[in-house]
Ligand binder design. Structure first.
Ligand SMILES: Nc1ncnc2c1ncn2[C@@H]1O[C@H](COP(=O)(O)OP(=O)(O)OP(=O)(O)O)[C@@H](O)[C@H]1O
Ligand SMILES: [Mg+2]
Length: 212
C-alpha cells in the first residue's frame, strides 16, 4: 500500500499547518509530556478541532489523524538526547526501515505501511540542529476491546505476551511462523493490545513496530 501524490500533498500541508501552530513545541521536548502540554492548551485544542485533527501519543512517537486523510496518519518521533544533546533514536525511522524489510521478506501485509513524508528544519529558537523527519503511515485504529476479546477467545484466558497476541490476531495465516521469526530477529517488542489497529476494511495490522 502506497500513498497517492494527492494524499502526500494533503499530508505535507497538514505538517506545515501544524508547524505554524507551534508543533515543534510538542516534539522537541525530550518526552511526551511536552506533547500533552501542547495538545491540551486551549489555543491548540481549538485549532485541532477546527482543522479536523486529532493528536495521539505513545512513549516515543506522536501521531496526527486528519479528517482529510482517510487512509493515512502522520507520525513523528520525539527528540531524545544523549549526553551531547543529539538525537539518539528516531523510532518512526525504525518503523519505515522495518516496513521496507518486511516487504523484502514478503511480510508487509502484517504491518501498517510506513514511509518517510518530509524533513523540516526547526527554527533557530529550538536550538535543535537536525531536521525533524515526518512519516506517513497506513491508518489502522486501535480497538483494545476487540483485540483483547480476540486474544481471550483464542487462548481461553488473558493474553499475556506479544506472541499470544500475534498468534491469535493472525490465526490461520500461513506466514505466521515467518512473522514470528521476523518479529524476533528485528527486535520488535512491546506488542501490547494498543499497538495493533484495524483498517477501515477491518484488517488487523501492527501499527507500532519499532521495538523499544
Ligand atoms: N497507523 C496508525 N493508525 C491509527 N492510529 C495510530 C497509528 N499509529 C499510531 N497511532 C496512534 O498513535 C499512538 C502512538 O503511536 P505509537 O504506538 O506508534 O507510539 P509509541 O510512542 O511507540 O507507543 P508506545 O507507548 O506503545 O511505545 C497509538 O497508540 C495510536 O493511538
Ligand atoms: Mg504504541
Amino acid at each position: 500500500m502506497k500513498p497517492t501524490i494527492n494524499e502526500i500533498e494533503i499530508a505535507k500541508k497538514i505538517v506545515n499547518d501544524l508547524i505554524e501552530h507551534n508543533f515543534f513545541d510538542a516534539i522537541i521536548c525530550e518526552d511526551c509530556d511536552g506533547f500533552y502540554c501542547w495538545r491540551d492548551a486551549k489555543k491548540q485544542k481549538n485549532y485541532l478541532k477546527e482543522a479536523g485533527l486529532s493528536a495521539h501519543s505513545g512513549e516515543t512517537k506522536a501521531c496526527i489523524i486528519s479528517d482529510k486523510l482517510s487512509n493515512w496518519v502522520i507520525k513523528v518521533g520525539y527528540t531524545y538526547s544523549d549526553d551531547e544533546g543529539r538525537t539518539t533514536t528516531d523510532f518512526c525511522a525504525i518503523e519505515a526501515k522495518n516496513y521496507k524489510d518486511a516487504i523484502d521478506e514478503g511480510l508487509e501485509e502484517f504491518f501498517a505501511a510506513s514511509y518517510e513524508l518530509c524533513r523540516v528544519t526547526p527554527p533557530e529558537k529550538y536550538k535543535y540542529e537536525e531536521d525533524i523527519v515526518f512519516f506517513i503511515q497506513e491508518k489502522a485504529e486501535p480497538d483494545d476491546e476487540k483485540t483483547s476479546a480476540t486474544c481471550e477467545k483464542y487462548t481461553g484466558s488473558d493474553c499475556n505476551d506479544d506472541f499470544d497476541r500475534v498468534e491469535s490476531l493472525f490465526q490461520g495465516n500461513e506466514k505466521l511462523d515467518s512473522l514470528f521469526e521476523f518479529i524476533d530477529d528485528w527486535n520488535i517488542n512491546d506488542l501490547h493490545s494498543g499497538n495493533f489497529g484495524y483498517t477501515k476494511e477491518g484488517k488487523v495490522k501492527i501499527i507500532d513496530y519499532s521495538g523499544y
